[in-house]
Design a protein around this ligand. Structure first.
Ligand code: FES
Length: 360
């Protein structure tokens, strides 16, 4: 089964002057996704094949056309290309929706979903918020959304409409760094202390009934983490989506193993053969020390799916069937995926013989 889709743009909108929202036609064979997941778009730009991941901002089953929001980034190859050239009828290559930053709604749930974000981090939060409000009649949603000024608030009118529609179940708090003189909402930088103050004023449904979804630039994510630490919010109540280029410090190297031979010798400084099973076909190649499984596989002409190449998006994820692999970064993998033996090929290195990884 192919990991790729051809998506035709149905319509475009501009949530802010420097961003675009692409609404896609249903592709051949359909496209299923969970609110909060992302699409990886692939395009030839300036002679290079460029891949970037963008979060879906729509609610599956409610919004007729799945959409991604893309904000211009200074020097950003894909974001500027899309903002400059996208138009209805244009077809873009994409990888199927992926990502663990998502919700699975259930009608009987009565929970409080707190969305904390800044800038273009609002895109997955919008899809998650809309899904919870539409599908869980007993649940509440609160949004705390930080931006520089009024012009940089993405999807403001959609949040206004949602507030009018769900006035008893939705709280929206905008906070602007540099608002105009007419701004009547909160202003100033979102420091941990400020966040604590704001979060304490949100409706209370109890710690174990409240979930926090966090997405935004690195500095804001850190402030939010500190605030939630002070408030004693357990880690299993929080989900966060990290932008690949915000990974300031790689997390500790982690090892995944599925050893089938007793006492298999392990040496990180040796080249090892790796077998990738992709679309039912086996490909074996040698990975030299210091090189990742993904980059070696791509050099060998194998079409291994990938996007961020930083261990964040999980597009290159595969299940380790045997052998041992170390990973430089595991931000993208959930605890369950780690337990089930998944590895990220873009940051993965074989350290024993017999590494076999199944993708898909
Ligand atoms: S390509 Fe994104 S995690 Fe490997």
């Amino acid at each position: 089964m192919s990991s790729y889709l051809d998506l035709t743009i149905h319509a475009i909108e501009h949530p802010t002057p420097d961003s675009i929202c692409l609404f896609f036609e249903e592709p051949e064979g359909g496209m299923s996704y969970q609110a909060g997941q992302f699409l990886t778009l692939i395009a030839e730009i300036e002679g290079k094949s460029v891949r970037r991941s963008y979060s879906l901002c729509t609610a599956p089953g409610h919004d007729p056309f799945p959409a991604v929001g893309i904000k211009r980034v200074p020097g950003g190859l894909m974001s500027n290309y899309i903002n400059d050239t996208a138009q209805p009828g244009m077809t873009l290559r994409a990888m199927k929706p992926l990502g663990n930053f998502s919700v699975e709604p259930a009608q009987h749930n009565a929970r409080h979903v707190v969305l904390l974000g800044g800038g273009s981090g609002i895109t997955p939060l919008l899809g998650i918020g809309k899904t919870i409000l539409a599908e869980e009649r007993e649940s509440r949603v609160s949004l705390v959304y930080a931006n520089r000024n009024e012009a940089s608030i993405m999807f403001r009118s959609q949040w206004d409409e949602l507030q009018a529609q769900y006035e008893d179940r939705l709280t929206v708090v905008h906070v602007l760094d540099e608002p105009s003189a007419h701004w009547q909402g909160l202003s100033g930088r979102l420091t941990p202390d400020r966040l604590i103050e704001i979060i304490k004023q949100l409706p209370h449904l109890g710690v174990h009934n409240t979930e926090y979804y966090i997405c935004g630039p690195g500095g804001l994510m850190e402030a939010i983490s500190s605030a939630l630490d002070v408030l004693g919010i357990p880690g299993d109540r929080r989900k966060r989506e990290v932008f690949a280029n915000d990974l300031a410090n790689a997390s500790e190297t982690k090892t995944q193993e599925n050893i089938q031979t007793e006492d298999m010798a392990e040496d990180p400084n040796k080249a090892y053969d790796v077998t990738i099973i992709l679309d039912g076909e086996e490909h074996t190649f040698t990975v030299e020390p210091g090189y990742s499984i993904l980059e070696t596989g791509l050099d060998e002409g194998i079409d291994i799916p990938y996007s961020c190449q930083s261990g964040v998006c999980t597009a290159c994820r595969g299940k380790l069937l045997s052998g041992k692999v170390t990973m430089d970064e595991t931000e993208g993998l959930s605890d369950e995926e780690m337990e089930e033996g998944y590895v990220l090929n873009c940051v993965g290195h074989p350290v024993t013989e017999g590494v076999r990884i199944e993708i898909g």
